[in-house]
Design a protein around this ligand. Structure first.
Ligand code: CP3
Length: 327
């Protein structure tokens, strides 16, 4: 049995000393995202250190609101801050006019990484899914349960759809350019999909992801598309059956045995080692990694975490995880 390919969500980041060194001289976090030389370097750092099977473009999901004209800043240790948009009037401030001009440096990063990629490794492009990006646009920051975004989406769905449609258009254009620049697969992060009731999940998480995937496949039929609707566990089999979705990222709460039965017949499964266990280490690390590999060994599987790696994670634990997965 050959081991599954492995990469880790948020694999380029603060747990790496070489990332912190580049970050320190880059100026603000967004400056780093828009600096093709540094961003390409940071994208490849985790492959150099751990030999992962894929690189994921170094960028952020919030470059889309920024490119649409919203004020976005990252305060040290506080996470993102945006000038919140809460109604139709606010939507008037967003425009696609400067989209590619603003995102141009990111396409250049993709090109550079593609040219420098180690043999056998894949380059994954990504974007935030419309629902999750909308939560930041509306709330102006991270939040526990997204009351303003949900109130708009559930209370005035047709009004909220205007924002979602704009994000579908911008995200599709952004991802098409990433593919043109060398991205070989695409992941849509829907980090906050799990806060929606089923009817709203269908309309504002699943359908926008599927529409983006359909539009991308109309131009690039063979590009694999990975959906990661975090927390939407019971709805995953339905999404896996969508013909335009090739892989489903499962979060750490999903039973891999269940995923093998319900998702793998329809889509590749990506996941789902708990990032807190990676932080904790101990002998459970190897045991639980092997358990996931074995549970998903009967079908297509890409080993990953069930959410992003945490900044405090010891490097030695990541080395042990790679070794455990590769047997
Ligand atoms: O995976 C990778 O290595 C690629 C890079 C990547 C980043 N953000 C870099 C980043 C990816 C794929 C993302 C996605 C992202 N960004 C998501 C979806 C995935 C998830 O984790 O749920 C979300 C919700 C964001 C928004 C965001 N960006 C937040 C909430 C924060 C602050 C929290 C934090 O971890 O600091 C960021 C900042 C951010 N994005 C950092 C990195 C490396 C840290 C910023 C720094 O270096 O100071």
């Amino acid at each position: 049995m050959s081991p599954p390919p492995i990469w880790l969500m948020r694999q380029a980041g603060r747990y790496l000393p070489e990332y912190r060194a580049v970050r320190e001289v880059a100026g603000g976090f967004l400056n780093l995202c828009y600096d093709p030389e540094k961003a390409a370097d940071v994208t490849l750092q985790p492959l150099r250190r751990f030999g992962f099977d894929a690189a994921i473009l170094f960028s952020d999901i919030l470059v889309i609101p920024h490119a649409l004209g919203q004020d976005v800043t990252f305060e040290a240790g506080e996470g993102p801050r945006l000038e919140p948009i809460r109604d139709a009037d606010g939507l008037g401030k967003l425009s696609m006019d400067n989209l590619h001009q603003s995102l141009g440096p990111i396409y250049e990063t993709v090109k550079r990484v593609s040219a420098d990629l180690p043999d056998g490794a894949a380059l994954i492009g990504f974007a935030g899914a419309p629902w999750t990006v909308a939560t930041y646009i509306v709330e102006g920051s991270g939040s526990r349960d997204y009351p303003n975004a949900k109130a708009w989406a559930l209370g005035n769905p047709d009004g909220f759809q205007v924002l979602v449609d704009m994000l579908v258009n911008a995200t599709t254009e952004y991802l098409l350019r990433q593919v043109a620049a060398g991205a070989e697969a695409l992941q849509l992060f829907d980090t906050w999909a799990g806060v929606l009731p089923k009817y709203a999940f269908d309309r504002f998480s699943a359908e926008p992801i599927r529409e983006i995937a359909r539009r991308i496949k109309a131009e690039y039929p063979d590009i694999p598309i990975i959906a990661f609707p975090r927390g939407a566990n019971l709805y995953l089999p339905e999404m896996a059956k969508a013909p335009e979705i090739d892989a489903i990222g499962i979060d750490y709460a999903v039973d891999p045995v269940w995923a093998a039965r319900e998702i793998q017949p329809h889509a590749t499964v990506q996941g789902n080692f708990d990032p807190i266990l990676l932080l904790a280490g101990g002998d459970q690390l190897e045991r639980r990694a092997v358990e996931i590999v074995e549970a998903l060994s009967g079908g297509p599987h890409v080993f990953n975490l069930g959410h992003g790696i945490l900044p405090q994670t010891p490097l030695e634990h990541v080395e042990r995880l790679v070794k455990a997965v590769r047997g």
